[in-house]
Design a protein around this ligand. Structure first.
Ligand code: SAM
Length: 268
C-alpha cells in the first residue's frame, strides 16, 4: 500500500496530514498531557485518532476540531470512540474556543498541528490564553526553537515574545520524520505552553506589543533606531533606556513591553 494511504485514508497534503504512527512517541505525548477524567480537553486536528484514542481512554469525553470532512465524519461514527467525542467539523483558525469552556473549566488543548498553518494557529489560540490551562503541540522543531528562544539569538522573534509574554514554554520531546506516515520533510518537536494566571511582565495592551514586534522583527537586521522609526524617535527610545544601535533580537521581553506601554500611554 502507498505510504500516502494510512488506515484506508489518502493523506491530504493541503491539510498538512502527517499521521503519527510511532507508538513510543504517542505514549510520551499522552504521558506529558496526563489527561484526567472530567478535564476539558480539546484536540485540534484529530485525524485518524492516534492521540485521540488514548486520551479518550484516560479522560472520557473530549472535543475535537477537524477540518477534513471525511475524517470528521469517520470520527463521529467511530464504533468505539464516537460516543466519547464532540466532533466540530471546521477550521481551527476560525474556531471560537471560548465556546467550549464549561462550568468554568479551563481548556486543555493539544494537537499534532498541520505545519502549514501552525504559526497563525498559535497566534489565534494565544488569544484565548485566559481560558486555557495548558496546550501541548507537535510542531516543526524550528517553530519550537523560536518559541523557547532566548534574546540575542537568531531564533528570537515575534513568536518568541508573543508566546513567552503569556505562557511558560517547555519543550517536551523531539520527534524524527520516521514517526509519521507520510514522513514530513522536517524534524518535529512537542512543546507545552502554560498560560500565566498573572503575567510576569508589566504590559497594558498585548495588541500594541504585537504591533511593536512586527515593526521591530520585520527588519530584524536594522538597528532599532531605524526599524522603530515609524513608532518612536531617537529621544523617545533613549528615554526608555534603549540603546539606539541595538537590534530587535537584543531587546528583552520587558523592553518590548516598555515600548508598547509608552505608545499606549502617549496614544501613539
Ligand atoms: N492528530 C493526527 C495524528 O497525530 O496522527 C493528525 C495530525 S495531522 C499533522 C493534522 C490534522 O489537522 C489532520 O487531521 C488535518 O486534517 C487537520 N487539519 C488541517 N488543517 C486544519 C484546520 N485548519 N483546522 C482543523 N484541523 C485541521
Amino acid at each position: 500500500m502507498s505510504k500516502q494511504v494510512h488506515q484506508g485514508h489518502r493523506a491530504r497534503k493541503r491539510f498538512g496530514q502527517n499521521f503519527l504512527t510511532d507508538e513510543a512517541v504517542i505514549s510520551q505525548i499522552v504521558a506529558s498531557i496526563n489527561p484526567q477524567p472530567g478535564e476539558n480537553l480539546v484536540e485540534i486536528g484529530p485525524g485518524l485518532a492516534a492521540l485521540t484514542e488514548p486520551v479518550a481512554r484516560m479522560a472520557g469525553k473530549l472535543n475535537v476540531v477537524e477540518l477534513d470532512r471525511d475524517l470528521a465524519e469517520r470520527l463521529s461514527v467511530h464504533p468505539t470512540l464516537g460516543q466519547f467525542l464532540e466532533v466540530h467539523q471546521g477550521d481551527a483558525l476560525e474556531f471560537d474556543f471560548s465556546t467550549l469552556v464549561r462550568e468554568d473549566k479551563a481548556l486543555r488543548v493539544f494537537g499534532n498541528l498541520p505545519y502549514n498553518i501552525s504559526t497563525p494557529l498559535i497566534f489565534h489560540l494565544l488569544g484565548f490564553a485566559d481560558k486555557v490551562q495548558d496546550m501541548h503541540f507537535m510542531l516543526q522543531k524550528e517553530v519550537v526553537l523560536r518559541m523557547s528562544a532566548q534574546a540575542n539569538t537568531k531564533a528570537y522573534g515575534r513568536l518568541t515574545v508573543m508566546t513567552q509574554v503569556r505562557c511558560e514554554v517547555t519543550p517536551v520531546l523531539q520527534v524524527p520524520p520516521e514517526s509519521f506516515t507520510p514522513a514530513p520533510k522536517v524534524d518535529s518537536a512537542v512543546v507545552r505552553l502554560a498560560p500565566y494566571s498573572q503575567l510576569p511582565y508589566a504590559i497594558n495592551n498585548l495588541e500594541t506589543l504585537d504591533r511593536v514586534c512586527r515593526e521591530a522583527f520585520n527588519q530584524r537586521r536594522k538597528t532599532i533606531r531605524n526599524s522603530l522609526r515609524n513608532l518612536l524617535d531617537e529621544e523617545q527610545l533613549e528615554s526608555l533606556g534603549l540603546v539606539l544601535t541595538a537590534r530587535a533580537e537584543n531587546l528583552s521581553i520587558q523592553q518590548f513591553c516598555d515600548i508598547a506601554n509608552y505608545l499606549d500611554e502617549h496614544q501613539l
